[in-house]
Structures are given as structure tokens and as C-alpha cells.
Write a protein that binds this ligand. Structure first.
Ligand SMILES: [Zn+2]
Length: 408
């Protein structure tokens, strides 16, 4: 049996895409592709390109909404290119090491910082120049290619324009528009779909051993975001907390309540972000001290600026994370109002939040679909404001106050 499921690179977000070992249970893709769920068209495209008859482009851009499995797809593609059978069998040494993040010819970078630095990209460009050590290709995966500045794109451009013969670049981003046109135009673009809840639920049961009932609720609530679904299905209380927030949202009746609720929400986002960010920051610091051979924690003057850079990075990462977490909460709120609208318009669509059906029914009966529509708009506006630089608490308070008085 294939046991090694190393955590992969730090900050990758999920529990790491482990080798699929036992193979498929359904009729879907097999081998390294088994965990790329609900992406039949994209998988066929990758497989064709990797086959001896296919034409392998040297720069790929994999796009798709957050949580749709961009980096999982990139790794599966990389594994297929290195696979000893050429199929992405999932069992050979090459397949297993690529998926575990330890293959010498596959480099993957993920960032949870606000941006990928020029220096990081320069070092990738250097790596791209080297011939593969054991495999047929040298593969470089950039998981958050949208987090590059225009200047950084330029560093990358040369290598993407004229890559060495064995090198394959794989860039991942939410959409093609997130990349500089000069880069985009040189990549073959593959667009992932939002995976169906049933596919996500099946994955959680098969790969992560989740309870089927819970997996189904989690997949529905996560609306196609695989990482989030996994969280709901495996982290005790995560789904309940979400349903509790939905109840609070629907129960708001005054601006006073709204202000309180906004405070709680932002506090929770801060706590959730801190739990992740502080852990990463501590590990980074430890690694830095160790690599500099410092044992007593006293950083010599020559290394202080590097240390400060590390701390600044950590701070930026945390800021970003708070906004990301809060954005997720607002998406949750959006899904609750969307459920209300579904009932008001009697569209027959499935509820995203079946756990709070009673409250949603109640809100739908007492409300006007026009107002619900306006509130849905207000949520999107709040998300935009927070992504811009409006203080999160201010934007959240304003939004919840409108929802409380049903003034779209
Ligand atoms: Zn293989």
C-alpha cells in the first residue's frame, strides 16, 4: 500500500493531496487523477497533452474558482508527465513523489503572503534552466500566480517565452485576467469548473473517510470549495458554527444587534486567521534561526534586517488572512440570503444551508424578494469594500445594519 503522504509544501491549505493508492470506487478518473473531481473536460485535455500523440505546451495556465482544485490538478498533471508508465498510474515512484511534493524535478510554490516576490521568481527561473535530474521534464508550479506584481511578471516572462526544452511551467490563478496579458498569451489555458456537491462529497468520503451524511451537508455548504468542504466535514463544530452564524444573521432586528454581531464576526475572523498565521510565522522563524545556526535566539546585527523582513511578511500574511476569512463569512451570509430568495421565488433549487431551513422559511415568508435581492447586492458591495481598503469592521457593521432593518 502507498503510505507516504507527506504534508507537502507549507501553506498548501488542505491536508495534502496524498497518493490515491486504492484507486477509484466509481467510474471517474483513475490514478493520480482520482482526486481531481468534477473536472472531466480539463482532465481529458491534460491527459491528451501528456500522451505521446499529444502536443505538450511548455506553459500552462490553470484557472478556476478558489477551492476548485487548481493545484491538485497541476500536481496530477506533473505526476502524469513524470510517471514511469506515462499514464499517471498513481503507484510508481515518480507518481508518488510528485504527489508527496518530494520529486526532485517538480518544484511547487504556494504563497500565503500578499504577493510573490521577485527574488522567489528569479530563483524559480534559475531552477527552470536546469535539466531534469531523473524525470523526463522539469516542472515548475506556481500556485498563486495572480499574486505577482507587473515587475515580477517581467522576470518570469523570458523563461516562459523561451523555456529550455524540458521545462514545463504550470501557473494557477482564479482567472486568466489575473495575469499580465504578456504571460497569459503565452500559456495554454485550462479552466476548471466548480465541482458538483455530489462529487465533492464522494471525494470526502473516499479520500478523507468522512461520514457520508456529514460529507453531503459539508459539500453543499461549501458550494464547490473542496478545502472548505473538507474543513466542514472534518473539523468538529465548523459546520455548526456556520449554521449558528446563519441563525444570527436571520435573527437580526435592530442596528444595535447588528453592531454587536459585526464585532463578533470580525473578532472571530481575527482569531481564526491568527491561529493559522501565528503557527506559520513561528515555524518560519524557527527555520530561519536554525539555518542561521542561532541557538540562543539572539539575532546578530548582520541578520536583523532579514529577521525584520520575516516579521513584516508574517504581518502582511495575517492581514490578508483576516480579509480572506471575513470574505468567506460574507459568502456564507450571501448563501443564506440566496436560500431565502430561492424560497421566495419558489425556484425549486436545493438549499445551500439545509441545516437552518426553518429559519430560512420564516425569513422568506416575512420578506419581499426585491429586498432580498438588494441585500444580496449589499453583501457583494461589502466584499468589494473589504477587498479594497475599507476597515473590515466598518464595512461589516454597515452591511449587517442593512440586513437587520431589511433595507436593501
Ligand atoms: Zn506513475
Amino acid at each position: 500500500m502507498s503510505a507516504p503522504t507527506s504534508a507537502g509544501p507549507a501553506g498548501a491549505g488542505s491536508t495534502g493531496a496524498g497518493p490515491t493508492g486504492t484507486g477509484p470506487t466509481g467510474t471517474g478518473p483513475t490514478g493520480v487523477w482520482a482526486d481531481v473531481v468534477g473536472q472531466e473536460a480539463a482532465v481529458a485535455q491534460f491527459r491528451r497533452a501528456a500522451s505521446p500523440e499529444g502536443s505538450l505546451a511548455q506553459a500552462w495556465l490553470i484557472t478556476g474558482p478558489p477551492g476548485s482544485g487548481r493545484s491538485t490538478a497541476a500536481r496530477a498533471f506533473a505526476a502524469t508527465l513524470q510517471c514511469e508508465t506515462g499514464e499517471g498510474c498513481g503507484h510508481c515512484h515518480a507518481c508518488r513523489t510528485v504527489l508527496a511534493g518530494t520529486h526532485p524535478d517538480v518544484t511547487a510554490v504556494a504563497t500565503d503572503k500578499l504577493s510573490i516576490s521577485k527574488e522567489e521568481v528569479r530563483s524559480l527561473v534559475l531552477t527552470a534552466q536546469r535539466s531534469p535530474a531523473t524525470g523526463a521534464h522539469r516542472v515548475i508550479i506556481i500556485e498563486d500566480a495572480d499574486r505577482m506584481s507587473a515587475g515580477t511578471f517581467n522576470v518570469l516572462l523570458k523563461s516562459i517565452e523561451e523555456p529550455p526544452p524540458h521545462t514545463v511551467w504550470m501557473l494557477c490563478a482564479p482567472s486568466a485576467e489575473d495575469l499580465a496579458p504578456t504571460i497569459r498569451s503565452r500559456c495554454r489555458v485550462v479552466t476548471l469548473a466548480i465541482p458538483r456537491p455530489s462529487d465533492v462529497a464522494e471525494l470526502l468520503v473516499r479520500r478523507d473517510g468522512a461520514d457520508p451524511d456529514l460529507a453531503e451537508r459539508a459539500a453543499l455548504a461549501a458550494q464547490g470549495h473542496i478545502g472548505l468542504a473538507l474543513r466542514y466535514a472534518t473539523q468538529p463544530g465548523a459546520l455548526e458554527a456556520r449554521e449558528e452564524s446563519a441563525r444570527t444573521l436571520l435573527g437580526l432586528r435592530s442596528s444595535g444587534q447588528a453592531v454587536l454581531a459585526a464585532g463578533t464576526l470580525v473578532e472571530r475572523a481575527n482569531a481564526e486567521a491568527a491561529a493559522t498565521a501565528d503557527d506559520v510565522a513561528a515555524k518560519e522563524k524557527e527555520r530561519f534561526l536554525r539555518s542561521a545556526g542561532i541557538e540562543d535566539g539572539k539575532v546578530p546585527p548582520s541578520l536583523r534586517s532579514q529577521m525584520r523582513q520575516l516579521e513584516d511578511d508574517a504581518k502582511r500574511r495575517r492581514t490578508r488572512l483576516v480579509r480572506d476569512v471575513l470574505d468567506r463569512y460574507l459568502l456564507d451570509a450571501h448563501s443564506v440570503l440566496r436560500d431565502v430568495l430561492v424560497l421566495q421565488l419558489d425556484t425549486g433549487a436545493e438549499l445551500v444551508n439545509p441545516g437552518v431551513r426553518e429559519e430560512i422559511v420564516h425569513a422568506a415568508e416575512g420578506g419581499d424578494p426585491q429586498v432580498t435581492l438588494a441585500l444580496l447586492d449589499a453583501v457583494q458591495r461589502a466584499r468589494t469594500r473589504i477587498a479594497g481598503n475599507v476597515p473590515p469592521l466598518l464595512a461589516t457593521e454597515a452591511l449587517l445594519a442593512r440586513i437587520a432593518v431589511r433595507a436593501g
